[in-house]
Design a protein around this ligand. Structure first.
Ligand code: HEC
Length: 129
């Protein structure tokens, strides 16, 4: 076997490994995100498909949703007037510092300072639909 074809086969294998590893990495992020959710959000939020509300509204399907759309949850006027669409960026900003994104809102949560934790959390939330 020539040196060259050996290298091209190695390169193919490496590419294949990278392609296979990508979804696994996303899964690992979401799994870590589930832990972040349990530690920080689950006291007040459910992600069950039943749209079960706790102290906060259900976060099932929250990614991409307009703010304040869960029936039967009593939102603050500030949140209802916010006009926010919960894109990943907006959720990220909100869980960093809720009061900065919705002044006068009623989510009593100090925020998550760690960027990596928030990223894992967003991966997890994106899958709850
Ligand atoms: C102490 C309870 C509490 C904790 C902890 C909490 N939340 Fe909330 N959350 C609320 C309440 C209450 C609201 C409604 C806020 C309002 O109406 O101003 C809310 C609203 C939200 C909304 C807007 C939903 C909608 O339908 O518009 C998102 C998104 C959200 N929370 C995400 C999170 C995430 C993610 C975490 C964890 C990092 C978290 N919250 C932690 C109580 C909490």
């Amino acid at each position: 076997m020539s040196h060259r074809s050996h290298w091209s086969r190695t390169r193919t294998m490496l590419t294949l490994a990278a392609v296979l590893a990508a979804p696994l990495a996303a899964l690992a992020d979401a799994e870590r995100g589930a832990d972040v959710f349990d530690e920080n959000c689950a006291e007040c939020h459910s992600v069950a498909s039943s749209l079960k509300n706790k102290k906060g509204p259900s976060l099932f399907g929250v990614a991409g949703r307009n703010a304040g759309k869960i029936d039967g949850f009593h939102y603050s006027d500030a949140l209802l007037a916010s006009g926010i669409v919960w894109t990943p960026d907006r959720i990220d900003a909100y869980v960093t510092q809720p009061k900065a994104v919705i002044p006068g809102g009623k989510m009593k949560f100090d925020g998550i300072a760690d960027t990596a934790e928030r990223k894992d959390l967003l991966d997890f939330l994106a899958e709850q639909k």
